[in-house]
Design a protein around this ligand. Structure first.
Ligand code: MG
Length: 254
């Protein structure tokens, strides 16, 4: 560890606060646990449209942009929440699956979604720093999961992916990120979580990883910091630029 003292950065201050909240000692980053929707793909607008189409069909009342807030939840959990609003608290797993299949179909009909601007740079910066990259998504949307390998070739090996099918409890439960740590053989103090959604941030923060929130959609920054993000960036490019400072916060004295 270098002896010289540097001027504090937002990243070094955020890391100090993280060490206070967790009680961990300063240590390097080995692993990045990376969300998919809204982090790798600009898929949330279409997810929201697909949910809104279902809402019209079933008579679910909802606020504008409300479905952006449920990002990270499993499809079944969102369906149960919305069905309870029309007095249906008795949805079977089969019925939830059927409705989710419909939602997936509507999502596909909206066409292919593009990558998040800056995501490729972010993944490259992590690789250059020797940080293992692990996919941790609440999604079970096959059309997108299949596209991860095509859009980001060679980034995620199959044994370093957590999807809706790997966990019992989706985000905001910490299980998905704890499962990511387990698959990577990493400890929370050595990992960072990269998230764009309030429930995903909560999941990451409760897994005790240093949790980075990036606003890539209509959800305001305060929703991410309020749910436990250790630091929030306004765009993916800002985060990609911040990675060297996040790493420096671990290696130098401020
Ligand atoms: Mg997301």
């Amino acid at each position: 560890m270098a002896k010289k003292k540097l001027k504090p950065t937002p990243e070094s201050i955020a890391y100090d606060n993280y060490l206070s909240r967790t009680g961990f000692a300063k240590c390097p980053i080995t692993t990045a646990l990376i969300d998919m929707d809204g982090v790798l793909f600009n898929s949330m607008p279409n997810h929201s449209k697909a949910w809104e189409r279902l809402a019209r069909e079933y008579g679910w009342k909802h606020e504008p942009n409300e479905f952006f807030l449920y990002e990270g939840m499993t499809g079944a959990a969102t369906i149960r929440l919305m069905m309870s609003r029309i007095g249906r608290n008795d949805i079977s797993d089969d019925e939830a699956r059927e409705i989710y299949a419909k939602k997936s179909k509507y999502f596909i009909e909206l066409g292919e979604v593009g990558p998040i601007d800056g995501a490729a740079e972010m993944l490259n910066s992590l690789r250059s720093a020797g940080i293992a990259r692990v996919l941790v998504t609440g999604s079970g949307q096959a059309s997108l999961l299949d596209r991860v390998n095509a859009a980001y070739p060679g980034v995620f090996s199959d044994n370093l992916k957590v999807t809706a099918h790997d966990v019992k409890h989706g985000k905001p439960d910490p299980e998905p990120y704890l499962m990511g740590l387990k698959k990577a053989g990493a400890k929370p103090e050595n990992a960072i979580v990269i998230e764009n959604a309030p429930l995903g941030v909560k999941s990451g923060s409760d897994s005790r990883c240093f949790t980075i929130g990036i606003t890539t959609g209509p959800v305001p920054q305060e929703q991410l910091s309020g749910n436990g993000a250790d630091i929030v960036y306004p765009t993916m490019r800002d985060f990609a630029d911040g990675i060297t400072r996040i790493i420096a916060a671990r290696n130098f004295s401020f």
